[in-house]
Design a protein around this ligand. Structure first.
Ligand SMILES: Cc1cc2nc3c(=O)[nH]c(=O)nc-3n(C[C@H](O)[C@H](O)[C@H](O)COP(=O)(O)OP(=O)(O)OC[C@H]3O[C@@H](n4cnc5c(N)ncnc54)[C@H](O)[C@@H]3O)c2cc1C
Length: 344
């Protein structure tokens, strides 16, 4: 059942290294090659890939590349041409790539050009009954599918947080460059730049160890009959700054901005966790002022250790949805927590 496997990646925004997810997916590709007795080839795309290739040289894999100024930034036409050329040179049965936004846009088109098939959001790749089997979730992470296909090449875009990253010492890599001519038609789209929010406004941090979730309780009238939204903002932002946590929100909280209620200025629909929100992956989660109803908690499927702070001892978290529930006032707990973190 030995397979010819291609691991395909592009350099990150620094232009020198690979994104973190690439090392995770490389780990999965190497495990599969070892398990199937297959041969792994690496394909790299970017303006200059030498440094990135050096970082992977100790895998011992053959390294192919398409490089040059036209391949520095994401662009469908040039990225698709580069990926296609590497695939044609490596003639793989399986192509395993990280689910970066750059590749999610382009790999399905490359699969079409090579008469192959593609599956996205893969979470693991295994060998079952002597066949390659890839897993992914459907229906908001409620159903897990094991996919097997006869079609080759089979492209698998793998999600982050699903495999230990591969690590190895850097050494000078021997790269086999592939020349991909670029026509004027392919460069009509021009890369203008990257716009990012201010770093203090960047509250979604996929690599954070902790997910901090804020619920609607933060903006509700408290024991004194008043709202304390300004204090809530300070408590939450200080905690995010002190802990490096990623910020999630319940639907009730993120919806409030559209309902002319007092709101947390930094909370957007992008922060929403749950059935109609996101399903982030973090080792730990802390929920505050959120009731823990099923449509919200379904978004916690990939949060391993869960704690919650709620005034209500009968909230959803108390019903088997959290490992620890602190029945307490989140304003007081967070104030104390921030004081402890500030001392560190
Ligand atoms: C089809 C469908 C899809 C949905 N999708 C999502 C989704 O993707 N994500 C999502 O979140 N919801 C979703 N919901 C809504 C979900 O069912 C809940 O309505 C929502 O999660 C409630 O948000 P909440 O817990 O923040 O607010 P509330 O239910 O209002 O709870 C507020 C909590 O704050 C606590 N509290 C108040 N003050 C304090 C304090 N000082 N200290 C500690 N605790 C305090 C209260 O005890 C209360 O438990 C969906 C619903 C449906 C029907």
């Amino acid at each position: 059942m030995s397979q010819n496997i291609l691991f395909l990646a592009h350099v990150d925004e620094s232009g020198k290294s690979l994104p973190r997810i690439a090392f995770e997916v490389l780990g999965a590709a190497l495990d599969l090659a070892a398990g199937s007795g297959g041969v792994l080839t690496i394909g790299l795309i970017g303006e200059n890939v030498q440094e990135a290739a050096d970082g992977l040289a100790s895998t011992g894999a053959r390294i192919l590349s398409v490089s040059g100024r036209e391949f520095a930034h994401p662009r469908y036409s040039t990225d698709a041409a580069a990926a296609e050329a590497i695939c044609r040179a490596a003639t793989p049965e399986l192509v395993i790539t990280p689910s970066t936004s750059r590749f999610l846009r382009v790999i399905p088109g490359v699969a079409q050009r090579l008469s192959g098939q593609v599956d996205t959001h893969i979470t693991s790749i295994e060998i079952a009954d002597s066949r390659i089997s890839a897993k992914r979730w459907f229906y908001r992470q409620r159903l897990e599918a094991a996919i097997q296909r006869d079609a080759r090449p089979w492209f698998l875009l793998m999600d982050s947080g699903c495999h230990e990253p591969w690590t190895g010492a850097a050494r000078t890599a021997n790269i086999e460059p592939i020349d991909v001519p670029v026509s004027p038609d392919q460069t009509r789209t021009v890369f203008a730049g990257i716009r990012t929010p201010n770093s203090d406004a960047q509250t979604i941090r996929p690599d954070a160890k902790l997910l901090f979730v804020a619920g609607a309780g933060w903006c509700k009238k408290q024991g004194d009959g008043k709202n304390h939204v300004a204090e809530a903002e300070v408590a939450i932002l200080s905690f995010l700054q002190n802990s490096g946590a990623s910020l999630g929100g319940s639907k009730s909280l993120v919806d409030q901005s559209g309902e002319n209620q007092a709101v947390l200025g930094f909370m957007t629909h992008l922060n929403q966790v749950g059935q109609t929100g996101s399903t982030p992956r973090h080792p730990k989660g802390l929920s505050t002022c959120c009731h823990g109803e099923e449509p919200h908690v379904v978004g916690w499927r990939f949060i391993n250790e869960r704690r919650a702070i709620n005034l209500d001892p009968n909230c959803g978290w108390a019903r088997g949805k959290a490992d620890v529930l602190y029945v307490a006032d989140a304003f007081q707990v967070m104030e104390r927590l921030n004081a402890l973190l500030a001392k560190k």
